[in-house]
Design a protein around this ligand. Structure first.
Ligand code: HEC
Length: 220
């Protein structure tokens, strides 16, 4: 009798799972279509497409390429090193508006589609909410770089952030691996180089103090 009941429950759960899979307008967390609609509205007015959908030149000038909606910087578009900043011009962008260079280095807009490997498919709603609240990758990793305006989106209510995520989980998944950011040329990159071998082998770490120790006598 008990076994029979359990089989019944399992069957019901399987049916629910199938129903959820079939309903494409339902969010991953089973969000209602009203919540998904709210998320779509917020993504539209929040300008997410401006940076996360590649732009192209259409018949009437620059336009968002909605066949690649919210899929981030196209992986096939390999950018040469960013131009050196000149005068008051300190930042540069690709024509797709998905690659950005400035004092923070070069950043590439993330893939926000639900692709499991290259997008937000494996993210939980907590990963998403905490990323936009804390400015850390998935809420716990490296700092999220400009021009991602997380400081502004951090002011959204929990309900709105969850609605944005619910909507993003319903859009077409696009496989597109966005490159990692590139650290700025100059001080930071140079500062990282000597410390890397020192930490790795210890031998070049021993080579550093003599260099440092050699300098003061010259100066004096
Ligand atoms: C002005 C350009 C811009 C706008 C507008 C923008 N983003 Fe971004 N976003 C970026 C860039 C660039 C990155 C990559 C930053 C990095 O690699 O550190 C990014 C990264 C992200 C990430 C990845 C965060 C992580 O933890 O790694 C998420 C999620 C995200 N954006 C969501 C959104 C949403 C949702 C909107 C709209 C409400 C939006 N973005 C609007 C430029 C933008």
């Amino acid at each position: 009798m008990k076994t029979f009941v359990w089989i019944g429950i399992a069957g019901a759960l399987a049916a629910v799972a199938f129903a959820a899979q079939g309903a494409t307008k339902q969010g991953k967390q089973g969000a209602s279509s009203a919540v998904v609609k709210r998320g779509e509205y917020l993504v539209t007015v929040g300008g997410c497409n401006d940076c996360h959908t590649p732009w192209r030149i259409g018949p009437h000038g620059p336009e968002q390429d909605m066949s690649r909606m919210l899929s981030g910087h196209p992986e096939a578009l390999q950018m040469p090193p960013a131009p050196a900043p000149q005068g008051p011009w300190v930042a540069a962008a690709s024509g797709t508006f998905t690659a950005w260079a400035g004092p923070w280095g070069t950043s590439f807009s993330a893939n926000l589609t639900p692709d499991a490997d290259t997008g937000l498919g494996k993210w939980t709603v907590q990963n998403f909410v905490e990323a936009l609240r804390t400015g850390k990758h998935q809420g716990r990793g490296r700092s999220i770089l400009p021009p991602m305006p997380w400081q502004d989106f951090a002011k959204m209510t929990d309900a709105d952030l969850k609605a944005v995520f619910a909507y993003l989980q319903t859009i077409p998944a696009i496989r597109n691996r966005v490159p990692d950011p590139i650290p700025p040329q100059g001080s930071q990159a140079q500062g990282e180089r000597p410390s890397a071998p020192a930490a790795g082998t210890g031998s070049s770490g021993g080579g550093e103090p003599p260099q440092g120790g050699g300098e003061p006598p010259q100066g004096r």
